[in-house]
Design a protein around this ligand. Structure first.
Ligand SMILES: [Zn+2]
Length: 394
């Protein structure tokens, strides 16, 4: 904790770079209390850690910062100084008594109030969502920044992302989705944008790093990363690797999706090339794209003849049925508004339209133009793949 009150009601913020001698003098004269619980706190001015306040042993403060790591304190301080350096009114550890929440930094920018949280430790999804909701309901724009040590960028353009990471997904002012991260050791922001998952854990993404000194708040809120499309050959390569790994896991035998394919005389490796395509909003869905796209094929597309119509309602009905059975799962994205699983579905239908499988009949209705052919052998699969590649080249 870096901010405390004195008994006379003044605030002492250690973000204001006090010298050790000054703090020693203040400490002799003053007593400090926690702004949250009102209990006494101790000013620690040792040489090992950043100067900070700590509750006395046994204190039961509901917003306890006592387990706070050096990394968290340093990051918070650096971000605070970075904002102050841009003349942005900011308060370190601002305690909002009404909502009983204390963002790491509260700041005002372009007439809006922001709650910045630099998150170093793991936070359960419910706690994260509840805090975010409270901020949103009380006029704050939440700005969650994940500590960079949590990010695992595997290859240049692939990252392993868990549900925890996706909680940090936020929209830029222009609606681009990205995950902001910060590294206090290197004084550097990291941005993950253009995130397109190909499995539950792994996603293609565009990763960019910007030293703190080189960017302004405006760029943190609107990263300049261009939207990058996934190169299709890389996508296919990773998808194939994912299929092989998946079928070799011990749980594969009892997997309801693989079993359903098996019961219909299909298999994962003979799915048509139109199933498992990269789709812009597919991160709204937790389940791998190949799975939900295959379910759409089984539930909606295979039963139709060319010329038949399919409505958005019908598609939504089938998706909902799979979601109720937990065969398709959607992601919790607390910082985004109006997240609908239909968005990636419609993105996908748009691609099928471009491939000549579907046509648009009217605003809420599609018409099947051409059946998706299910390959019966490796040879047929190769032929289908070849044709597909010719199509997407065009
Ligand atoms: Zn307290």
């Amino acid at each position: 904790m870096l901010t405390a009150c004195t008994k006379t009601g003044q605030t002492l913020c250690l973000g204001n770079e006090y010298k050790k001698e000054t703090l020693l003098l203040i400490r002799e004269k003053e007593e400090f209390i926690c702004p949250v619980c009102g209990e006494e706190v101790v000013l620690k001015i040792g040489d090992q850690r950043i100067f900070h306040f700590a509750h006395k042993q046994g204190a039961a403060c509901f917003e306890s910062y006592d387990g706070e790591t050096q990394r968290h304190m340093e990051g918070k301080l650096q971000l605070y100084h970075w904002l102050i350096g841009q003349n942005i009114p900011a308060i370190l550890e601002f305690y909002d008594r009404e909502i009983e929440q204390r963002p790491d930094i509260m700041f005002q920018y372009q007439g809006k109030k922001y709650a910045l949280e630099f998150q170093c430790s793991f936070l359960p999804e419910q706690v994260f969502s509840k805090r975010t909701k409270t901020y949103l309901q009380n006029g704050y724009i939440p700005l969650w920044i994940i500590s960079n040590h949590h990010l695992q960028v595997k290859k240049r353009n692939i990252a392993a992302l868990s549900n925890f990471h996706y909680l940090f997904l936020r929209p830029s002012e222009t609606g681009k989705l990205y995950i902001p991260a910060y590294c206090p050791e290197k004084h550097c922001f990291h941005f993950l944008a253009s995130i397109v998952p190909f499995s539950i854990k792994n996603a293609f993404t565009y990763h960019d790093a910007n030293p703190l000194k080189q960017i302004k708040l405006q760029q943190l809120l609107n990263p300049s990363n261009p939207f990058k499309k996934v190169a299709f050959t890389n996508w296919e390569k990773e998808l194939n690797r994912f299929k092989i790994n998946w079928t070799q896991t011990p749980g594969a035998r009892s997997n309801s999706f693989l079993n359903e394919l098996y019961n219909r005389n299909m298999n994962l490796f003979l799915l048509p090339p139109e199933i498992g395509l990269p789709v812009p909003h597919s991160l709204y869905i937790y389940t791998a794209p190949i799975v939900w796209q295959a379910y759409l094929m089984l539930d909606v597309l295979l039963n139709k003849k060319p010329g038949d119509l399919l409505t958005v309602n019908e598609v939504s009905f089938h998706m909902n049925k799979r979601i109720k059975r937990k065969e398709i799962m959607v992601r919790s994205l607390p910082q985004l508004n109006n997240v609908s699983f239909m968005e990636p579905v419609l993105d996908y239908f748009y691609i099928l339209e471009r491939l000549g499988i579907l046509g648009k009949f009217n605003e809420t209705t599609f018409q099947l133009q051409q059946r998706i052919k299910i390959p019966k052998s490796n040879h047929e699969k190769e032929m289908a793949s070849f044709e597909f590649h010719q199509k997407i080249k065009g």
